[in-house]
Design a protein around this ligand. Structure first.
Ligand code: MTE
Length: 322
């Protein structure tokens, strides 16, 4: 009898949420032809019907197994990950998921400008058709000391950089969220520096872990999670992972991000996770796993140090970890 010995990077069975079915597109098409998969997986049919997102047919896609949930971590349930959110455009509570349904996700255009060979504007579905989609399980650690483990679908930021074709002058990429106070009531609060802006160095954007997200749990990204396009940089605090992006500007100057502009003492440009550097108002030594409710130790670079520590070798900036 063949005994299956799980490799370090394989997820334990319990980590696979029943809501998530990972089949590749060919399997789905084959299954549809045979009339079998929809019948075998009623949730899939329901999800496809319920979604008003024209990209729904692209999901689910094959999971890239290079990115494990992490020792002792389990996937957070889809329900929790889509009902406990930060999206200040729709309010400051965690319960903005209903309010966020007001977001109009089509038409949706993405502007690419600044230090690029040819500035351009591309419709999201056109961009999606040109990018190689994959699924990755990442830990997601908010600066507020809570965390989740979620299966994002999207494409490597490096693929997008190649597509955008920046000039040699580009040292950073700034990203911007939509601005529509009629739809997003939070944007009527004019003490915030809307629109939400974030940025990465080119080395960070080209790092293998930097991921542009279009889906979650094998479906198009829900509005409350930043549809139709957001960032996931799992070694940084969650506020770096900007939602509902409409613009990428390649630049020689370091961008001033939303939270840095609000309060640079508390939220910096780098925002690398570090349990030993407390936030001025609370400890970062532990975090609450929103899925299990357990409090667990926080890891340097959110446990991705082996991947990313070299990005910061020799960087003595005192704000590297906030
Ligand atoms: N992006 C925008 N545009 N607006 C926001 O308020 N919140 C950030 C980040 N991206 C935020 C944003 C913060 S603080 C976190 S922790 C994550 O989104 C939350 O992502 P989630 O709701 O998918 O868990």
């Amino acid at each position: 009898m063949a005994v299956h010995v799980p490799k370090g990077w394989e997820l334990p069975e319990r980590a696979v949420t029943p809501e998530h079915i990972f089949l590749n597109r060919r399997q789905i098409v084959r299954g549809l032809a045979a009339g079998s998969i929809m019948a075998a997986v009623p949730g899939l049919a329901l999800a496809a019907r319920a979604s008003d997102d024209p990209s729904a047919g692209l999901y689910p896609v094959v999971r890239n197994e290079r990115f494990p949930a992490g020792e002792g971590r389990e996937l957070t349930s889809e329900r929790k990950a889509t009902r406990y959110n930060n999206f200040y455009e729709f309010g400051t509570s965690k319960k903005i998921w209903k309010a966020a349904q007001a977001l109009k996700i089509r038409p949706w255009e993405v502007r690419i400008d600044g230090e690029v060979e040819t500035p351009r504007t591309i419709a999201i579905d056109e961009l999606l058709s040109q990018m190689p989609l994959e699924e990755r399980v990442y830990r997601h650690r908010c600066v507020e000391a809570w965390s989740m483990v979620v299966p994002w679908t999207g494409f490597a930021f490096s693929e997008f950089v190649r597509f955008a074709n920046p000039t040699a002058n580009a040292r950073y990429v700034a990203m911007e969220t939509f601005l529509d106070p009629d739809t997003a009531k939070g944007q009527r609060q004019d003490w915030y520096p809307w629109p939400y802006v974030e940025g990465l160095t080119m080395a960070e954007a080209n790092h293998e872990l930097a991921f542009l997200v279009t889906g979650l749990y094998g479906k198009p990204l829900p509005r409350q999670n930043g549809s139709p396009l957001r960032l996931a940089v799992p070694w940084k605090y969650g506020f770096k992972s900007i939602k509902s992006i409409v613009r990428f500007t390649f630049t020689a100057e370091r961008p001033l991000s939303f939270w840095e502009e609000m309060n640079a003492r508390e939220y910096g440009f780098w925002a690398n996770v570090n349990p030993d550097v407390p936030h001025p108002r609370w400890s970062q030594a532990t975090e609450k796993d929103i899925g299990t409710g357990e409090r667990i130790p926080t890891q340097i670079f959110n446990g991705y140090g082996e991947w990313v520590a070299s990005l910061y070798a020799g960087n003595t900036d005192s704000t590297l970890y906030r």
